[in-house]
Structures are given as C-alpha cells and as structure tokens.
Write a protein that binds this ligand. Structure first.
Ligand code: MG
Ligand code: MG
Length: 630
C-alpha cells in the first residue's frame, strides 16, 4: 500500500450539481471536497461582487481551483486576435478578485480560427506573458470538437512549443476517451506541465460528441469509459494536483445536490484506490483502504412485519417449503430455513425494524451478506462515504457490522473469520424437531430485485460496485404496459451475489406502483435458486403455493421463438413455468402471486451458465401480475 503524503485534492465543477450558488457550495463542502471549478454563470445570479464570491467559497472551507471556460482564443486573425487578448485581460482581473489563479482555455471552435500548431503556440506564449504579470496560469484543454485542436496530443504540442512557465495543459478524460484516443499517450507529458485534470465518465452511446458530452456525462465508474486507464496514465506523469469532476448531466442538474456531490466524491476515492492497486510503484496521495469486498452470498434476508401480517408471511414461507428453525434469544425474530437460505421475520414493536414497518408495511428491511472479512468491508465502505449503522451493544448478542443501503435498508456483513460465524448459535434458539430443511428444493438466494426511482440508479450502482467486487451488466429496458422500467444487474463472477436494480420512471409501471404503495420499500422480489424446477414446482403445488398464471399466448410465442417440443412446452404451460435461453444455457422461472400487496417471490433454475434474469419474459410476467392485481 502507498504511504500517505498530503491528502488527495478533490474538486467539482459547480455546473455539475443543482441548486443556487450557496446550496451548491454547502453540498460540495459537506461531501468533503477540497475545492471547486467555477463557471462565471454560476455566480452571475449571486448578489455580491467577485470578491464576495471568493470569500463565500472560503467560508464553506473550499478553494476556487479553476476558473472556466475561456473560449475561442487561439489562432485568430486580426481584429479578433486583439479582442481575444483584451477579453482575457478582463478575465484575469476578475480572477484576481475571485482569488483563483488558473484559467481553462478550451480549444477554439470558431470558424474564424486558423490552424497551425506554431500560430497557436505563439498566441499562448504571449498570453502566458500577460498572465504572468497578473499571477495567473493558463491551462489549455483540447475539446473533442475543437476546430483545429481536438486531441490532447496536439494541445500538448502547442503547450510544449509555447514554452512558457505560466502555460500548461488541462486533461479531461471525456475528451480523450470519448474520441477513443489511447490514454497511454498521456504518459509522455511531464507531470509539472499538467496544470489540472478533469474527470468524467459516460455511457457508451453512439451520438454527436458535443451532445453526448453536454447531457450524458456521469461520475467515474458510473459509465463505460476507461477512466481508470486514463487516470493511471496521468498518475504515471507524476501529476499530483487536483482531480476535478466536470459533469454535465441532465439528471444530475435536477437531482439532490448533496447526493450527487457525495456520489462524485465516492467515485474519486474509489478511482484512486483502483489506480493505486494497478500502479503500485507510483506514490499517490491516497489513504489506504481494504480492497473491494468479495461476497459469497446472502447470509439472511430480514422482513419487518407485525404479528398479524407475519402470519400471512409465515403461510407463504411454508408454501415455499421453508421451515421455522429458530427464534432470536432476545427479540421477536423468527428464523425460517431452507437449503442455504435464512429468512428472518421481525415483529418487534420498537427499534429499526419497527420504524421500517411503520414506514413501508411488511417489507424487507435488512439483509446480511457473507463476505471474506466483515470489518474490512466496513472499513472500505466508511472510506467511500457509506453511512455506518451504530447498533446497540447488547450483552449476549453479536454485534453485526452494518451500513445503510438502498432506501435506508440495512446491509449487514457476516464472515467466517470472526465470532460472526457463530451468529446462529449465539443469537438464536433452535426450534425442536426441525429437519434438514430440504423443503421444496430451494437451495439459495439467486437474486434480489431492488426497485427505486430511475434517477437513483447510478447512485446505487456506484454504491455496490465501489464497495464490493461486482460487475455491472448492461442496462436493459423492460417494457411495462404503463411505461418503461430500466433494469441493471450487478453480479460477481461466482454468481453468489446478484442484485437487479430497477428504475421506475413513473407510477403506472408495476415497479413505480410498488414504490408509491410501499412508500419507498426497495426489495420488490426475492428469487430463490433450485436444481430441478419441475420437481420443485410439483412440491410447491402440493404445499398450496399459488403460482402466477401465465397466458396461453405466452407459451405459443415461446414455442415459436425457441422451436420447443410440444411435450416440453406443455410441461412448462401446466406448471406456469417461464423459459429463456442465452448463448450459454437456459433459464426457468416460476413466480408467486403478488403477496401482501406488491411483493413477490420467484423461483429460478439456471442451466449451463445462463447469465441473465429472464428479461425477455418480463413484459409477459408484468402483464400477468397486472391482470392479477386488477
Ligand atoms: Mg473539460
Ligand atoms: Mg427476477
């Protein structure tokens, strides 16, 4: 691990988040940044002089690190050239009032601009001289859509030839990676000539570069660009200045300023941790933290309920083949088991579970993940800004470390290295006469589906992928008759932890209705894995399990899509089993009816490494559920 020197300097462009100028500063300061990039428009509406603006930023414990942008400067013929220099001089005075010494000059997009590296270099040499007189430094950035300079390699050549102490280059990951320029070309730039580094990620979308950049940028790790490789190359130059987020995103501009600011800070810390691990020979200003936590599945999933509704939940758990296996030593918590699955039902009338019940009704309020090392997981989550839950220390009970997760739900961590391995022996009294929990053949939790508002999806994707060793799968659109639901799975290579994040854009979709009717509960369904879906379906039906009834049309379509044999199709139809195939294998699904309002269970069987979640079946399943809910 790296030795810690001074702390990492983090910054964010004020344009990246919503709010008026003061609100933005408050959010940026609370999220823990060192400073900001300031856009003139950001404080034009603020009632105070530039000097006041500088003081205000300082009052929030922040520094103005960069003033931007200064546009359409280099390569101009007269009289435009002289005017550009005059404009620059006025900005230098404004910057002195604000208390910022670095300005971003982006490459010229004006049709009047003339090409030529030397012409541009001469302009910058002169600008550098004028800037020096006012204690200002100039950073030159190649816009991906610049008229003559649109590549950081050319921008660097301009800076190199300008050969002035007050002129350097500004790198922006979007402009380099968006144009598919090899980031390793950055490694040959001297670190002290890189004046500032801007970071942004983006989903890979084939569209006009300008439009893509202005509307779809997101935080490092939230998109598909190789921001880690970009940052490794920057780090290799010896650059140790600020890392700044410059994010233009329509959603972020309407989102909660604090959430977006925190996501950004988390993304920078996580990014630099990745860079440290991949470039062990480079000394970086990064606090060491444990690696991403490896997860081996769900230790338990806990429902909150009341006495009465818990009876209904117990009935469906029994129908699913679960057996009552124990009770908590001190609390009203029942443990239901089957295979490797533990479901807890908490009917306490005080405490967190009870508050969750009051807010959302019977719902999942808590889960525990099996990890390699629970205390390392908590340490990493803490470094990444997760909220650590302080649980009461009760004699005779284990303290299970936990953080706040989606929708305020709790995520506990259990490992086999510490006393946490004795959780079931210490905290639970077994029920006499329980069997081996063979039940109906359910073996493990295959996946958990968490529903949220669409605009929260990036936040929670980053939460999971920065703390845990997980990959994100490409987003799919699920067509609900009431609107679109975006779905993204995050999963680890072992397949032991799979979570689908579903983003509802409106309340007419099943997912949207779930959010509104449960006042923001998050776990909409739990999917259990089994080894033979036909055997399991038979046992479930004998136990009185009520399957979601699929339409005859679904099976006709299925037969046509995959060329299935009639007898096989009939077996699926008789049992209401859904079917899918991918290039690796096949997938079987069986759904429960919606239970207790909106929550439901799914039973799946994965054959030969099928990786998906049955997305092609989702519209038919949703239609069937909506028919049932009426
Ligand atoms: Mg930029
Ligand atoms: Mg599912």
């Amino acid at each position: 691990m790296q030795t810690m020197q001074t702390a990492l300097k983090t910054s964010i462009a004020t344009v990246s988040i919503a709010g008026d100028f003061r609100e933005k500063l408050a959010a940026i300061s609370r999220a823990g940044y060192t400073g900001i990039e300031i856009f003139e428009q950001d404080f034009v509406g603020y009632d105070g002089s530039p000097v006041d603006v500088g003081w205000l930023v300082g009052d929030f414990g922040l520094e103005v690190m960069l003033f931007q942008p200064f546009r359409d400067f280099e390569g101009l013929p007269e009289p435009y050239r002289s005017r550009a220099f005059d404009r620059a001089e006025r900005k230098f005075d404004l910057m002195n009032d604000l208390g910022v010494d670095l300005v971003l000059v982006c490459s010229n997009i004006s049709p009047a601009a003339l090409g030529g590296i030397d012409r541009a270099a001469d302009d910058f040499a002169e600008l550098g001289e004028r800037a020096k007189a006012k204690n200002i430094r100039i950073g030159y950035e190649a816009l991906a859509w610049g008229r003559h300079i649109n590549d950081h390699r050319d921008a660097w050549e301009v800076v190199r030839r300008a050969n002035h102490s007050n002129v350097g280059i500004i790198l922006d990951s979007f402009h380099t990676l968006g144009r598919k320029i090899d980031p390793d070309t950055i490694r040959s730039i001297p670190g002290d000539k890189i004046f500032f580094v801007q970071l942004a990620d983006a989903p890979r979308i084939d569209m006009d570069l300008f439009y893509w950049s202005r509307h779809f940028r997101n935080m490092p790790g939230e998109g598909d660009l190789a921001v880690v490789d970009f940052m490794r190359a920057v780090a290799a130059t010896g650059y140790d200045g600020p890392l700044s987020l410059e994010i233009f995103n329509d959603q972020f501009r309407g989102g909660s300023p604090l959430t977006i600011a925190r996501d950004g800070h988390r993304s920078l810390i996580s990014l630099m941790d990745d860079v440290c691990r991949l470039e062990p020979d480079i000394r970086l200003n990064v606090a060491p933290m444990p690696p991403r936590s490896r997860c081996h599945g769900f230790e338990f999933i806990e429902f909150t309920s009341n006495e009465h509704e818990a009876e209904g939940l117990a009935a469906i758990l029994k129908a699913l083949g679960f057996e009552l296996a124990g009770h908590h030593v001190a609390k009203q918590v029942a443990r239901w088991c089957q295979g490797d699955i533990n479901i807890l039902v908490n009917t306490e009338e005080t405490g967190f579970a009870h508050s969750a019940y009051q807010a959302h009704g019977t719902s999942v309020c808590d889960m525990a993940l099996r990890v390699d090392n629970a205390s390392d997981t908590i340490a990493r989550a803490g470094e990444l800004g997760a909220e650590i839950v302080k649980t009461a220390d009760i004699a005779g009970e284990l303290l299970i470390p936990a953080i706040k997760g989606v929708g305020g739900g709790i995520v506990h961590f259990v490992d086999h290295e510490s006393e946490l391995a004795t959780l079931w022996e210490v905290d639970f009294t077994p029920v006499d006469g329980t069997t081996l929990f063979e039940g109906a053949g359910l073996r493990s939790v295959d996946h958990l589906a968490q529903t949220m508002k669409y605009e929260e999806m990036l936040t929670w994707t980053l939460f999971y992928t920065s703390i845990f060793d997980l990959d994100k799968v490409a987003m799919v659109d699920v067509v609900d008759p009431g609107g679109l639901v975006r779905s993204r799975a995050i999963q680890n290579t072992s397949g032991k932890l799979r979570i689908t994040l579903n983003g509802a854009e409106n309340q007419n979709t099943l997912a949207g209705r779930f959010i509104s009717q449960t006042f923001g509960a998050t776990v909409q369904h739990i999917a259990f894995g089994c080894e033979d879906i036909f055997v399991t379906a038979q046992q479930l039906s004998e136990r009185g399990f009520a399957a979601l009834s699929m339409s005859a049309n679904y099976y006709d379509d299925l037969g046509a899509r995959f060329g299935l044999e009639e007898s096989f199709l009939n077996r699926l139809r008789d049992m209401n089993i859904l079917y899918d195939e991918d290039d690796k294998g096949s997938f079987f699904q069986l759904y429960s009816r919606a239970w207790g309002g909106e929550l439901f269970f799914e039973i799946v069987q994965r054959v030969e490494g099928y990786q998906g979640y049955g997305a092609p079946n989702a519209p038919f399943r949703i239609a069937a559920q909506k028919r049932e809910l009426g």
